[in-house]
Design a protein around this ligand. Structure first.
Ligand SMILES: Cc1ncc(COP(=O)(O)O)c(C=O)c1O
Length: 312
């Protein structure tokens, strides 16, 4: 695998990072998850600009200065895909602090330089859905989504994933495929690495962006749903409501749109992917390949979601 590391392409085994890197010790890095899709005339990276913008915003929240411009990062992403001959791919930019002083202060002598890595690989599906028909099982426990401070809540930061990891591993140990986390007030928040939607009487409900990562897939799904004429409510959702939902699904760049058909041993709705979830999921598959003609209120918003198709 070839990666882009601080301005040049390198074999993954040739990138040297110190075991005393600040990020390894203190969880100070930021990252992104982006998908490229093969299309007839090459490949398209879905909502690349928004993902790169979020990477820069995450870095700013963590007081890290990425030593490249957004355009350079976008070009580097296309370069990594081409170097690895990838069309359908998952892309992982990671920005981290290297070795410097061993205290928390990255500005103290010697400074901790900022490093930028972009990797990409083929990652077909994040969840295996075979165990529960066409959906996954989830555990709603008492793990809280990390909410350290409002100023950094929207950052996709390495260290924030420790609780997601623990919730996910606990769910797995109980035999579930994923964990659903709650916010500080006990309302539904999101899954370990994706956002959460409930469907009740044909209307979509999703937690507000207060205590979640405001997902780009979440935003895409809201746009799709409204374009399809469905109602979407963003609100605080008490956790008990998940057991009354007709349908539940997760959204994320890696996982895309995934039905949840069993929660804490209880069947959701019919126990199969519901009609609204299927409609959203089918449309999402077209949208990411630039093959869905928006006709409703989404049409203006989506014009720049596929800025360019590159030859693979
Ligand atoms: C905690 C968390 N929530 C939600 C998401 C979904 O975000 P997106 O749709 O932008 O991939 C992710 C994935 O990056 C995530 O890690």
């Amino acid at each position: 695998m070839k990666v882009w590391f601080d301005g040049s392409i390198a074999a993954v085994g040739d990138t040297r990072v110190s075991c005393l890197a600040h990020t390894l010790h203190y969880g100070t890095g930021v990252f992104e998850g982006i998908r490229a899709y093969g299309v007839e005339d090459g490949r398209t990276v879905f909502r690349l600009r928004e993902h790169v913008e979020r990477l820069f915003n995450s870095a700013r929240s963590l007081r890290m200065e990425i030593p490249f411009s957004p355009d350079e990062i976008e070009n580097a992403i296309q370069g990594v895909l081409s170097e690895n001959g990838l069309r359908d791919a998952y892309i992982r930019p990671l920005v981290f602090f290297e070795q410097g002083g061993m205290g928390l202060d990255v500005g103290a002598h010697p400074r901790n330089p900022v490093r930028t890595l972009i990797a990409a690989w083929k990652w077909d599906s994040y969840f295996s859905t075979s165990e529960w028909g066409d959906g996954i099982s989830a555990r709603l426990g008492d793990w809280k989504r990390v909410f350290p401070h409002p100023s950094v809540n929207k950052a996709k930061a390495v260290g924030f994933y420790a609780s997601s990891y623990l919730a996910h591993m606990e769910a797995k140990s109980y035999g579930y495929q994923e964990a659903i986390l709650i916010d500080e007030d006990g309302n539904l928040a999101e899954a370990s690495a994706s956002n959460l939607f409930l469907v009740q009487d044909g209307t979509l409900f999703t937690p507000t962006t207060c205590a979640i990562l405001p997902g780009i897939t979440r935003d895409t799904v809201i746009t799709i749903a409204r374009d399809l004429g469905l109602k979407v409510n963003e609100e605080h959702i008490p956790q008990g409501r998940i057991f009354l939902a007709d349908e539940v699904f997760l959204t994320g760049t890696a996982s895309e749109v995934v039905p949840v058909t069993q929660i804490n041993g209880q069947q959701v709705g019919s126990g199969k992917a519901g009609p609204v979830t299927k409609r959203i999921s089918d449309t999402y598959r077209l949208v990411v390949r630039n093959a869905y003609p928006f006709s409703g209120e989404g049409s203006e918003r989506v014009a720049h979601w596929h800025p360019m198709t590159q030859e693979a």
